[in-house]
Design a protein around this ligand. Sequence first.
Ligand code: FMN
Length: 404
Amino acid sequence: MLRFLTAGESHGPCLLAIVEGLPAGLEIDVEAINRDLARRQGGYGRGGRMQIERDRVEILSGVIPLAGSGPHPCRTTGAPVALRIENRDWANWRDRWVAGDLPRLSVPRPGHADYAGMVKYGLDDARAVLERASARETTARVAVGALVKQLLAVFGVTVGSYVVEIGGVVAAIPDLPLSELWARAEASDVRCPDEEAAARMREAIDAARQVGDSLGGVFVVAATGVPVGLGSYVHWDRRLDARLAAAVMSIPAIKGVEIGPAFENARRPGTQVHDEFERVSEAASQQISKSANRQIGKSANRQIPGVTRTSNRAGGIEGGMTNGMPIVVRAAMKPIPTTLAPLRSVDLATGEPATTQYQRSDVCAVPAASIVGEAMVAWVLADALVEKRGGDSLEEMVRCPTSS
Ligand SMILES: Cc1cc2nc3c(=O)[nH]c(=O)nc-3n(C[C@H](O)[C@H](O)[C@H](O)COP(=O)(O)O)c2cc1C
């Protein structure tokens, strides 16, 4: 079993993560983790904080250095891997932090953890709540996700994402292989593969910023090359769709998750929804494999050559198990709750009506959230893979006789 914990506050010295259960012998490309950290920092609509931070990971334990230079400076030992990412903003907060003189916040902000957190923990100041509830914590998750993506890569599994909707602007996603959609997303500052929609998304973000408002949206995380049979139907908490939904829903501001086009499927009759099997020749199967991994197109079943599906409306999961098709998870993000335009609240110190005080904030963080989504999907898949293939070392995992 894989597990991870994170620690750290938004304006504290650093963020930490401890990952336990990784097999020994996995070579780690530290720069690949830094690249994902930079991807999370980007995106049109981010606030001032991202100008300050230059997130880079330091691996503190669980690895031994490898001789020579190259992309893999270290290899896992099987011991817990500790990751640290410095908060550069700490330098601006240190003195007040150490003096216990942080700005107080007694007016809970709607849409934030402030009110429930204050009541739950018996606090008269939401500062202690927001420091940990802040999505700055997702930096640590992205580092963890980038680490386990490297384990998934050994087994041919790739995870990527793109944005399909921001502030009501809906993209027309072309029927292209996922790898092509991902490449287009990387080239877009709103991570949207539809350029025309991307321009309108930027306009919507600018318009929201001008009136002191904020926006949410929808992104898709997909995984290709996933073997058949991760997860299980035998018990509720082993179903992979449930595990994916919980992991993605755990990202701050994510309020809806669907596997495949689930809500659209719900409006159609069964004959138009369920992904029929098709027998194809060995050669055709290989050809489909090569051009495979379309979101909703044909794709060869990875495990049984000669069998394919005519569509992927199930989003790669049937009966709580991966079925060899790309996994497709869509997530809905609510608008950022901090808005420059004040919202009505109550000052809990005085009991008097009050309005929210603006704290530095993103206007839209859907592109960044999609990178966090990748990390959480990668985590669930890596966990399920370790569960299925077992092994204390990578070599054992690769050799695993019971799995294909
Ligand atoms: C990548 C990312 C960045 C975020 N940035 C902000 C932000 O700058 N300002 C803000 O108010 N909320 C931001 N949020 C959302 C809040 O953290 C979140 O809405 C809040 O903690 C309440 O949690 P909940 O929405 O899950 O109920 C961000 C979320 C993510 C995933």
